[in-house]
Design a protein around this ligand. Sequence first.
Ligand code: ZN
Length: 563
Amino acid sequence: MAAAVCKLFNNVKLDIGPSTDDGFYYDFDMEHRLAPEDFPAIEAEIRSIIKAGLPFERLEVSRAEAAAAFAGQTYKLERLADIPEGETVSLYRCGAFVDLCRGPHVATTADIGAVKLMAVAGSYYRGDEKNAMLQRLYGMADVSQEALDAALTRIEEAKKRDHRKLGKELELFSISEDVGPGLAHWHPKGARIRVAIEDYWRREHFRAGYEMIFTPHVGRSQLWETSGHLNFYREGMFPSMNLTEGEGSHASVDQYYVRPMNCPFHIQIYKTRRYSYRDLPLRWAELGTVYRYEKEGARLGLLRVRGFTQDDAHIFCTPEQIEGEVRSTVKFALHILRRFGFTDVTAYLSTRPEKAVGLPERWEQATHSLESALKAEGIAYHVDEGGGAFYGPKIDLKIKDALGRPWQLSTIQFDFNLPERFNLSYIGEDGKEHQPYMVHRALLGSLERFFGILIEHYAGAFPVWLAPEQVRLLPITAGQIDYVKGIEAKLREADIRVTVDADNEKLGAKIRKAQLEKVPYMLVVGGRDVEAGVVSVRSREAGDQGAMTVDAFMELLKVALKA
Ligand code: ZN
């Protein structure tokens, strides 16, 4: 692409052109302002380069030779200077085009099946707004036109499923710039889904032996000093609020911080009494809302927000219990993820980095317990040697959504730091004080981000148990309203989320509206249905299901609610 751009336009200065997860880009500095209208000509030039089957030739050169090759290419010369002294400088030549590149490359341009240019956007040199604004041209390539078309179809499908678009169309959530960026509002329909998620989450946690706790959203500076957040995490926190206590000469100022994490509060509950080994394990869960200062550019609808509710829990246990606790946590995570349709799970195990707190034997036991839990559950996993946080090893679970896109959801993270900092202890069998193991874990991550992922995974067509509106009653004329109201009351009594569309519209229009709003079941009621004491059932996926009694429909619904 860079060779084509250089051929078609004058005075092109090249910066870098890496591959990305879904394609590649190249940054150019040039007078001509690239626009989508230029894409066909650039693509045609690319096709002729591909057709020529030009070999990519690797050249290892001295710095002086490289500098000579890039005379006048200021960005390239600066990038060349970035390469540490003593490291090999390699160039790749393809026809007349030479680039500074680490490689590797395909053998010849003929190995490239198909290329499509996707977009052009401004991009500051080295990502710094003080530098020149370059033009970033994005493209995609694949081994064949068919493979590229399939990838483009997936992108189109992803656009259709974009949770920001569907969130608006289905009236699920919004983000108000007046309130502040990255702060989500759950609308009634979104809130119904959230309540369904939370109800399920709480019930399953109680069943799994967790207790629920509720803790404050703000805490004094001394708490955050003890936890270390003010030292190590300050740039991720909202600035402090100063509260004046007392008056006149007795006045003192307390600094409060809105919390970026729930852990210090859970620890405060732990510290209110003494525990013996017999009291452990403690599993304390909270849908804990936290606030973090995410940089402006990094936010993406619900996927990166500044205020969010973690499905958090902390486990405090003894060394004897840790293996069992980790194993049941992994099992529990898989159980919860499965309920939301996520069955393709891959784990990432991060082990001890060079700089770490905590006894080596504790790291060993913790890491071993994480790995053996993954083995026992038969989950494919990758080991990131030395990739753990300084305070403990962890497992991250990534799922694949309906489009095959990976998302990291669950995390199970040991902490050898906070028990030390807060001086946590329990009395062991030996009558002596010991430090408990502490594990942080979140299974869905945050409800906001999880909701964004769910919207895209289901393309807004939520399964019956999550759907904000499960059943819609469609009377054909006003004559059926009373009958329909009776059915509505009966369904509502059974905790079914049901509404009546009593608008004076044609049935076809009502059905289309319910389809667009992705309501799983429509119950059509005409004069004959009233006489026969039935409803005509239409399902979102399977269409007409025929007439049945309300009781028969409720049996059908019971089965659908489990799916
Ligand atoms: Zn925590």
